[in-house]
Design a binder for this molecule. Structure first.
Ligand code: NAP
Length: 248
């Protein structure tokens, strides 16, 4: 029997999981979520899942053709730049529509003290000497901060980085969401004087920005990488509308 038509969700985010839950059973196509395989214990996802890279844009194009993918929804994290570029290139190659589900970026309020930087190395360089920073970046991005021997920092991430953390830093393993009270307490107890974060957007980890605002702390904000333009939606409901217009 021929494989059924498939909607491929490139996942790894809360929004991707929510989209899979809404689509599964409500469309005639098979709903398949792809994960990179970075998280050892991913949360349950509705529909089918597959894990691991495709082998660049060419590999993804082959996969799309072989798995009878009729639509790709790139619901990866705003900072996952390679897979988004691959998705656009692969879909272009095989003539399949590519949509993007991307949560809006955070914006500063008038009294916020943001220093916007282009990337993680720039964020590590921007921390003032002697500072006590709360660094909320992924485990693969922590190296640049470890190279700063003149700062103390709390590195908060979901899974251990797999590298040694020196005494001047503290590793804190925790999974969002966090409350503003939690974030305030953490900043107070560790005497944090600067927050470092990527502009991931969304509500699950926004409490740290609210706590920083209440404490009048400066924020070093890493801006998002630029992704190739495709039809995009900021939330699951608007993505469902886009999908119904894009399906063959
Ligand atoms: P990336 O730099 O854009 O991707 C690197 C490579 O990983 C891609 O070229 C691809 O390998 C593979 N890959 C990435 N996402 C994939 C997916 N959903 N399914 C199959 N293969 C995937 O991505 P990243 O920043 O390492 O992020 C990896 C995953 O973690 C993404 O799915 C993303 O949604 C999630 N995530 C990332 C962040 C972040 O801050 N970057 C935060 C939370 C969650 P091939 O070229 O071999 O296909």
């Amino acid at each position: 029997m021929a494989a059924p038509d498939t909607i491929l969700i490139l996942g790894g985010t809360t929004e991707a999981r929510a989209l899979a839950a809404r689509l599964t059973g409500s469309v005639t196509q098979r709903v398949l979520t792809s994960l990179a395989g970075r998280t050892t214990t991913p949360e349950a996802i509705a529909g089918e899942t597959r894990v691991g890279g495709f082998g660049g844009a060419a590999g993804l194009a082959r996969y799309i053709a072989e798995a009878r993918v009729v639509l790709v929804v790139d619901a990866t994290h705003p900072f996952a730049a390679a897979i988004s570029a691959n998705a656009v290139a692969a879909c272009g190659r095989v003539g399949v529509p590519c949509l993007r589900l991307e949560r809006p970026a955070w914006r500063p309020l008038p009294d916020d003290r943001w220093q916007v930087v282009a990337n993680i190395p720039a964020a590590a360089r921007a921390i003032p000497p002697g500072a006590r920073a709360l660094v909320t970046v992924g485990r693969q991005e922590i190296q640049a901060f470890l190279e700063r021997e003149d700062i103390h920092f709390v590195a908060r991430m979901i899974e251990p980085p797999g590298i040694a953390i020196p005494d001047r830093a503290e590793l804190l393993l925790a999974r969002p969401p966090f409350t503003v009270e939690d974030e305030n307490r953490l900043m107070r107890e560790r005497a944090i004087d600067v927050l470092v974060t990527k502009n991931s957007g969304g509500s699950a980890s926004v409490a740290k920005l609210m706590a920083a605002r209440q404490r009048a702390l400066p924020v070093i904000m890493v801006e998002r990488p630029v992704k190739p333009p495709v039809p995009a939606a900021p939330d699951v409901d608007s993505m469902l509308d886009l999908i119904s217009g894009a399906l063959p």
